[in-house]
Each structure stands twice: as C-alpha cells, then as structure tokens.
Design a protein around this ligand. Structure first.
Ligand SMILES: O=c1[nH]c(=O)c2[nH]c(=O)[nH]c2[nH]1
Length: 307
C-alpha cells in the first residue's frame, strides 16, 4: 500500500525469505516427500511501525516462518506446491485485518522416487534436475493469481537447428549455418487467474498434473517427433512455437513467459602450418561453453476482450 504526503510516496512490504520445510506423508506403507523453499511477502497496513516506532500492526516475520511449519503439519494429504502457497496466502490475508495482499513464492526441490529392480521404492528418493516453482498472489478480496514454473530444464539437440539470414555488418563474423547443436536451459512461467478462491481447482494435485503436462508438451514441441525431429531456424522461432502450443492447448493459462538462453557449442577446427587439418570440423567435435550465452526471452499473453 502506498502512503502519499508532503509530495512523497512510501511503499512497503515485509516478509520472510528462504523458509525451508520438508513434509513427509505415509500412506499404506508408501511414503511421499516434498522439500520447499518458501518466500513470503506481505503488503499490509503497518505505517506506524515505519514512521512512529509502533509495532502493534506488525505480523512478525518469525510468526510467518512458524506458519509455514504449522500449515505443512495441517496438510493431511499430499498437496501441490501451488496449493500450499494458496493456503499460506489465504491464511495471511484472511486472518490478519492489516494484511491487504500476500505474495508467496516457493521452489520445490526435485526429489523423485527411485526404482530398484524395476520397481518403485516405497521410501527411497533421488534428486532430479529441473525444479517446479510457484508464485501466488492472494488479495483480501480472495482474487488470486497463480503462476507455475519450471526452472532449469536443460535441453539439447545435435541437429535440426540452424541460424541464417541475420544482419551482417562490419562486426559480424558468425557464419550462416543449417546445422548446429541447439542447447538451452528453459525457465518457464505460466499463469492462471482466478476471480476468487472458490474458483481454484479443488483436486489437490491438479497443478502437479498440469506441471507435468506443460513440461511434456514443451519437450515434445522443442524436439519434434522422435525419428524426424523438427527444424529450428532460431531459438526465437522455437520459443514462439513452444509458447503458442502451450497457450493453445490449455485454455485456462492466461500467459506464458519463456527464457531460453542459447548455450553455444563451438565447432573445433585445429589447423597449423604443416597440417591444415589436425581437427577439421565435421559436425562432430565441439567446445561446450556456458558463457557468454545468448539470452532470448518472451511472454505470450491472452489479450482480454473489451466486450
Ligand atoms: O537462434 C539464435 N538466435 C540468435 O539471436 C542468435 N544470435 C547468434 O549469434 N546466434 C543465434 N542463434
């Protein structure tokens, strides 16, 4: 909330960062685990704390931390990271008259059930790679914005990628190519808007299913069919195809942001005077790099009709 006076505007929020919590559920001998790193930020009416040293309207950040553990304990059933964030946001905005809105962001550590002798283990997990994230904003009115995300999904293909026809000027040395390695580490965020808490899907794992569906579609669109693949004329083009495919498949997703860095694999050519081709590049030997890298990002949103 912004306070304006004497030609000045004052905006504030306070919260707790990096509250780490693990919750284990045990059902008929099978165990389930989540590990979450939670950030809470509250927009609240507590101006006297700033201007008069009066803390009577302050929700202590220590209380926020304890609330994370209390709410984790209250979750009798396995729930998605989005639903947990919604529960926290609901609590802060409905319990405290001072709190106008709450922003909860959570990153889930990718613990995956292990398979031993081809069978899912009842209580054994290993760490995967890409992470499921969420950011939930809950307003006092009950309106909420839920964003789900994938962080650090590393993808690479060894062909069906090129880059041609770009601007050439006196600083350009990059040759045009129809054949290169295409590698990226996708960070994706997609949003659902709900008018009220009652319109949030009731099924506790629906957001998890959707997360897996979006990831599957993203991967399939990036690579194309298993045998033929699909040609990518640029990271930009592939990003756009991925974004439109996701938006067209899921009508309740209102926008998607994709960050797809272009991680370069440089052709190796090693000539010297006596031997012009110690290594002559034939789409086979590369120097992998992680910096510098191209940064390509875009957001595709549905335009609200003014009807
Ligand atoms: O797919 C690409 N997009 C670019 O914008 C770019 N720029 C560059 O040097 N290589 C590439 N590749």
């Amino acid at each position: 909330m912004a306070y304006v006076g004497n030609g000045l505007k004052f905006e504030q929020q306070h919260g707790k960062s990096r509250v780490r919590v693990t919750r284990v559920w045990k059902k008929d001998g099978r165990h389930f685990i989540v590990e979450w790193n939670v950030n809470i930020s509250l927009f609240s009416d507590c101006l006297p704390a700033y201007v008069a040293g009066d803390n009577s309207d302050i929700v202590a950040t220590d209380t926020m931390k304890n609330t994370v553990y209390a709410k984790a304990k209250e979750c009798a059933e396995v729930i998605s990271v989005e639903n947990f964030a919604i529960e926290l946001g609901k609590h802060f905005t409905s319990y405290y008259p001072q709190v106008i809105s709450a922003v909860i962001t959570i990153v889930e550590k990718p613990w995956e059930r292990v398979h031993v002798d081809g069978q899912p283990h009842e209580h054994g997990f290993k760490l995967g790679s890409e992470k499921h994230t969420t950011e939930v904003t809950v307003k006092k009115s009950g309106a909420l914005l839920v964003t789900s995300g994938i962080e650090g999904l590393a993808l690479l293909k060894t062909t069906k990628s090129g880059f041609e026809g770009f601007i050439r000027d006196r600083y350009t040395v990059l040759p045009e190519t129809k054949e290169r390695v295409l590698a990226t580490e996708v960070n994706a965020l997609w949003s659902y808007k709900y008018e009220s808490l009652s319109s949030v899907p009731l099924e506790p794992l629906q957001f998890n299913e959707r997360y897996l569906d979006v990831k599957k579609l993203l991967v399939r669109t990036f690579f194309g069919p298993p045998k033929e693949g699909v040609y990518s004329p640029s990271v930009q083009s592939t990003l756009y195809v991925v974004a439109t495919t996701v938006i067209n498949r899921f009508p309740d997703i209102s926008s998607i942001q994709l960050k797809m860095p272009n991680i370069h694999f440089l052709p190796v050519n090693l000539p010297n005077k006596s031997n012009p081709s110690i290594v002559e590049f034939d789409d086979d030997v590369y120097t992998p790099t992680d910096e510098p890298h191209g940064t390509i990002q875009a957001t595709l949103s549905r335009v609200q009709s003014k009807m």
